[in-house]
Design a protein around this ligand. Structure first.
Ligand SMILES: NC(=O)C1=CN([C@@H]2O[C@H](COP(=O)(O)OP(=O)(O)OC[C@H]3O[C@@H](n4cnc5c(N)ncnc54)[C@H](OP(=O)(O)O)[C@@H]3O)[C@@H](O)[C@H]2O)C=CC1
Ligand SMILES: O=C(O)[C@@H]1CCC=N1
Length: 276
């Protein structure tokens, strides 16, 4: 199996490194290209056998699967560069939400699928969202999901729910880290505990909570119930959060979805202009 990667920024390099570290791919199976060549050359120096391509077409030609890991407004340029070398049997994988499957299927003659990874995949954890295109056969879907199983839990979602699913699996590591950062800063300010000690405690707590919620038989409600000793300290804290965070998550979803709509319009304009 041969894999091509176009764009080796934050997410492209996370995917490459996770697939290598998990044993899913050998560096010899990977050919990657990036606009700024230094980034892909560094990967080739770190992982002997990985090919640094000198063009996007070279990274795409003859690969079983080609991951497009650029930002939404760069897609059209990359597609124009790879279209001449793409064959119908190849699978092109997009990793960004505002570029819709219909855009990719209109522009490319091959099988197309969308996966939304997460920074958590770097430690072979978290989900990858899978939204398969019309040309993907059941065995293609199974094949790509098997590959992703090495670095994540693949979860099939409908394209209509891409944004909220991606908020929960891909944006939320940053949202949760923000919550922890604010908690740690307040702990340091209010009590004098060192930032290092507070960070270790908060991080270990996050890992343990994740395990309880995935394999420990708890859901968010039952976990709170177990910790919230009647008449105890946690109950006081939860009551404060209930009041102060009222409506905050609805506003958060409103904001991410508004930005998504804006991105969708920009992407639509690029792909529509191209079609005319
Ligand atoms: N970061 C995350 O947690 C997640 C990101 N995503 C999606 O992944 C996509 C990429 O995000 P991210 O990796 O964070 O962004 P980055 O900016 O870190 O990476 C994008 C990379 O694409 C390269 N690039 C741009 N244009 C071209 C081109 N024409 N040919 C080849 N390479 C090109 C850039 O090169 P250069 O070095 O020149 O800038 C850069 O290295 C986004 O669409 C995002 O929505 C999805 C899930 C999670
Ligand atoms: O912030 C972003 O646009 C990307 C999408 C999901 C996570 N990061």
């Amino acid at each position: 199996m041969k894999a091509g990667f176009i764009g080796t920024g934050s997410m492209g390099s996370i995917l490459i490194e996770a697939l290598i570290h998990s044993g899913a791919l050998n560096p010899e199976q990977i050919c990657a290209a990036n606009r700024t060549p230094g980034k892909v050359q560094r990967l080739a120096e770190t992982y002997a056998g990985l090919t640094a391509a000198s063009s996007n077409a070279e990274a795409a030609a003859g690969r079983d699967v080609v991951f497009l890991c650029v930002k939404p407004l760069e897609y059209m340029r990359v597609i124009d560069e790879i279209r001449p070398v793409i064959e119908p049997a190849q699978i092109v994988v997009s990793i960004t939400s505002p570029v819709l499957l219909k855009h990719l299927e209109d522009q490319l003659p091959c099988k197309v699928t969308k996966i939304i990874p997460s920074i958590t995949n770097y430690v072979l954890s978290g989900s990858t969202l899978c939204i398969h295109g019309e040309r993907m056969h059941p065995e293609d879907k199974e094949w790509i999901e098997n590959l992703l199983t090495h670095i994540s839990t693949p979860v099939r979602v409908s394209e209509a729910y891409t944004r909220i699913s991606s908020d929960l699996s891909s944006c939320a590591p940053a949202f949760l880290s923000f919550f922890l950062q604010k908690y740690i800063e307040a702990a340091v300010k209010e009590t004098g505990i060192s930032s290092e000690e507070a960070t270790i405690l908060a991080s270990e707590m996050t890992l343990g909570t994740g395990k309880l919620l995935t394999t420990g038989g708890f859901d968010p409600v039952s976990l709170q119930k177990r910790v919230r000793v009647p008449g105890g300290i946690t109950a006081e804290g939860l009551q404060l959060m209930e009041q102060d965070l009222d409506g905050m998550f609805n506003r958060l979803i409103g904001i991410t979805h508004a930005k998504y709509e804006e991105d969708l319009e920009k992407v639509e304009a690029v792909f529509t202009t191209k079609k005319q």
